[in-house]
Design a protein around this ligand. Structure first.
Ligand SMILES: Cc1cc2nc3c(=O)[nH]c(=O)nc-3n(C[C@H](O)[C@H](O)[C@H](O)COP(=O)(O)OP(=O)(O)OC[C@H]3O[C@@H](n4cnc5c(N)ncnc54)[C@H](O)[C@@H]3O)c2cc1C
Length: 425
């Protein structure tokens, strides 16, 4: 059975939970093979965490390009229904015949929105800008980010002042409905793909590394937003304490990962991510002194070329050794890093203007409905016979190219259940 024959034969849809690169890929691949897909994303936009990255390793291209191509593929596919601000509450049944209930939170802005921005101009209330990890604010009515899909504003009602109707009064198109109720859907599907991705490890749990205590200790995900031209500093990677350009920066690899007290596994992408962030810094600050403290540099496969290229930087020093302690000079807010230098069998102490913690990847599986098989760390089993599959970083830490391949595989496994459901009714 091929292409639209699957749909025509009455195969049930596939439910994809999570609209990051994994979920978007699984949805597109399944739809292009002839399936109907329901793609459920909890945020008001698709794209997931890569939309917050400035560039992709190893090619150092902007993630927005890939996102735009995928959005075009979704728009050209009548077989995909996208539900944003949505959550799957419950799934029952068995492979080939599952029933899912979905709740969709109101957006309060309708399709009549022309993105004229008038509502934002008049809105008196502010909220933390979650797209920029809380570094900066948006109005209560906001467009999540510049390439957001759906390209529609959304209102965070929790941030609105009681009784305020300023945005609705200012909207010339009648596109604001402050009384919109939540919606509920029940759907029958053949299979489910969990693609709910990852969250950064909570750096405040790494007590010896000073995050949350010293302003100039930041995390790798923060650096992605600081480096982005549409980020809170308009692309300048600066010290949070004084907004000054750093002349010296250090990275702490395995901040949480490969540590039995935190995440015993390797987060797979952090070495390449830090090397990528070295290129951001180098472009901004040609003479900045950069140090990477690492346990092992792990850049498998073709990423080896990226490692060789970046590590040739004459102002970059790689020190093999775990960071034991991070302190702060209270006058300058410089950060003082004490580490072991394994290769030279000595203790090193380095003073830097900015410290970046390469925090690891934690699976975002807690919000999934029951039915998925989870391991001890919360990663979801990729494929089994139950009709519950997984793709992307909720299955294991991996980069975008591995995610895309795994998501295509998950779509294939889900497709098998659809074809079986078409044969057996
Ligand atoms: C600092 C850093 C830099 C990186 N840089 C690169 C790079 O340059 N190149 C590269 O190849 N890889 C990079 N990566 C890895 C890359 O971010 C991941 O491969 C990618 O995000 C995996 O996509 P995903 O779809 O699995 O997860 P996510 O991007 O996390 O997407 C998951 C989606 O699911 C949604 N979701 C979560 N829970 C629910 C729920 N219960 N219901 C509905 N929706 C839900 C989320 O809102 C999100 O939209 C980097 C990682 C880090 C930590």
């Amino acid at each position: 059975m091929t292409d639209t024959q699957v749909r025509d034969a009455g195969g049930k849809p596939i439910l994809v939970i999570g609209g990051g690169i994994a979920g978007v890929t699984a949805a597109i691949e399944a739809a292009e093979a002839g399936c109907t897909v329901m793609l459920v994303e909890k945020l008001p936009y698709l794209g997931g965490r890569v939309t917050r990255s400035f560039k992709y390793f190893p090619k150092l291209c902007p993630p927005g390009c890939g996102l735009e191509i995928n959005i075009r593929r979704i728009k050209g596919q009548s077989g995909i229904e996208v539900l944003t601000q949505a959550a799957v509450d419950h799934i029952s049944g068995s492979a080939g015949d599952l029933e899912a209930t979905i709740t969709i939170a109101p957006r309060y802005v309708t399709d009549a929105c022309t993105m004229c921005d008038k509502c934002v101009e008049v809105c008196p209330a502010e909220r933390p800008d979650d797209f920029n990890l809380g570094m900066g604010k948006t109005k209560a009515v906001y467009l999540p980010h510049r390439l957001a899909f759906p390209a529609t504003y959304v209102i965070d009602r929790a941030a609105c002042a009681a009784g305020c109707t300023a945005c609705r009064d200012a909207c010339a198109y009648g596109a604001i409905d402050l009384t919109q109720p939540p919606a509920r859907r029940t759907v029958r599907v053949a299979a489910v793909v969990a693609a709910t991705g990852w969250a950064p490890y909570d750096a405040t749990k790494l007590a010896n590394l000073g995050y949350g205590k010293y302003p100039n200790v930041v995390t790798n995900v923060m650096v992605e937003r600081l480096a982005a031209p549409d980020g809170p500093t308009k692309g300048r990677i600066v010290r949070p304490s004084d907004g000054q350009a750093p002349a010296s920066v250090a990275f702490v690899q395995c901040a949480g990962s490969r540590d039995e007290n935190h995440l015993p596994y390797c987060s797979a992408v952090c070495c390449a991510a830090s090397l990528k962030q070295v290129t951001y810094l180098r472009e901004l600050y040609p003479d900045a002194k950069i140090t990477i403290f690492y346990i092992d540099i792990r850049t498998p496969g073709r990423l080896e070329d990226f490692y060789v290229k970046v590590s040739a930087d004459p102002h970059l020093t790689l020190i093999k050794g775990k960071v034991a302690q991070v302190e702060e000079d209270p006058e300058t807010h410089d950060v003082i890093v004490t580490a072991e230098d394994v290769m030279h069998g000595r203790k090193v102490t380095e003073r830097v203007n900015l410290l970046v913690l390469a925090t690891g990847i934690v699976p975002e599986s807690a919000g999934l409905p029951a039915g998925f098989t989870l391991d001890a760390f919360g990663f979801v089993a990729r494929a089994n016979k139950t009709g519950f599959h997984a793709a992307g970083c909720v299955a294991r830490p991996e980069d975008v190219s591995a995610t895309v391949q795994g998501a295509t595989g998950a779509a294939m496994k889900a497709l098998q259940a659809v074809v079986r459901s078409a044969h057996h009714g």
